[in-house]
Design a protein around this ligand. Structure first.
Ligand code: ZN
Length: 314
């Protein structure tokens, strides 16, 4: 990926909130996609809403070609105020989305979860999201979050730089498995490997908690096939499409064509994810590349709406 350094990828509008500043046209494109499929809208399990100063910090990482980007130039397409971003995702017809937030150190998760409670309260179409970190007290605040109505968790093994099989997390995983609350986990080694990314550490968690409803973010990029193995082995493991198959990601982490039949077979456990707003291309591109896989309209309906609707009882 070093070869990508400093290259400008794609043509996106860094400052605006859509392609060439034409948000209306873009939402029409998105709507045409799901209307053609006869869907009532989209369910997107991987979108980022978080306290503004945290989000601005994240954008700063992307701007500085930091560890989140693997040195790839990453112009954020939807760099806008929260209200504007919410209006846009609703214009797209995303009927349920998430507030993926995550700590990079101890002592932060509980505070983020407090913000998320408030955000969920004022944003009824957002699935109440929480997070966790290996630290004393994690089981307690995870239980509190579940009792407060959290419907999905986010864990970021790369940014948090922790072993997901850390024994401090064991009780929390057990609790989430029992409660059936899904966890979106960034545990693949894209765009940059971390000390504990890859299929092995999270595989140890699944061996202990085989019923844990893990949603492997980014299809497990870059270890796509290893994470398909895990999904085939554990019936509660799912994958989100976030950034996978896009022109952007294909340049440094191409999805192996030989694995396409496995995507078809796992069609009831693949969920639309986008990474909105932190994406270096328009939202509709994620949808177009899913269509481009050629797995058919039934597959698209399941992935872009029905699987998420079923999982969250929408
Ligand atoms: Zn993300």
């Amino acid at each position: 990926m070093g070869t990508m350094h400093g290259q400008r990828i794609g043509e996106t509008d860094v400052e605006g909130t859509g392609t060439e500043g034409n948000g209306v046209e873009e939402s029409d494109q998105v709507r045409r996609f799901w209307e053609r499929l006869g869907l009532p809208g989209l369910v997107d399990v991987h979108t980022h809403f978080m306290p503004e100063r945290v989000l601005h910090k994240v954008w700063g990482y992307f701007d500085s070609l930091g560890p989140l980007t693997g040195g790839v130039e990453w112009p954020i397409t939807y760099r806008a105020e929260e209200a504007e971003r919410l209006a846009l995702i609703r214009d797209f017809g995303v009927r349920a989305f998430t507030a993926m937030l995550y700590p990079h150190k101890a002592g932060m998760a509980e505070w983020l979860n407090g913000w998320a409670v408030d955000f969920a309260r004022r944003t009824p179409d957002c699935l109440h999201t929480s997070t966790l970190f290996p630290e004393p007290g994690v089981e307690t605040y995870v239980r509190e979050a579940v009792e407060a109505g959290a419907r999905i968790f986010k864990a970021h093994v790369q940014v948090g730089a922790y072993d997901p099989a850390d024994e401090l997390l064991d009780g929390a995983w057990g609790l989430l498995a029992e409660a059936g609350v899904p966890v979106v986990i960034h545990c693949g080694s894209g765009p940059m490997p971390g000390k504990h990314t890859g299929p092995e550490p999270i595989g140890r968690v699944l061996a202990r908690h085989p019923q844990l409803r893990l949603i492997v973010a980014h299809m497990g990029m870059t270890e796509y096939e290893d994470f398909l193995d895990l999904a085939e082995r554990y019936s509660e493991v799912r994958l989100d499409t976030t950034m996978s198959f896009t022109d952007f990601s294909e340049q440094f982490a191409p999805f192996p064509r030989r694995a396409l039949p496995r995507l078809a077979d796992l069609g009831d456990r693949i969920l639309l994810g986008s990474d909105f707003p932190n994406i270096p291309y328009p939202y509709v591109h994620q949808l177009e590349v899913l269509e481009r896989l050629g797995l058919g309209d039934d597959w698209l309906r399941a992935v872009c709406h029905d699987n998420g609707a079923r999982l969250f009882g929408l």
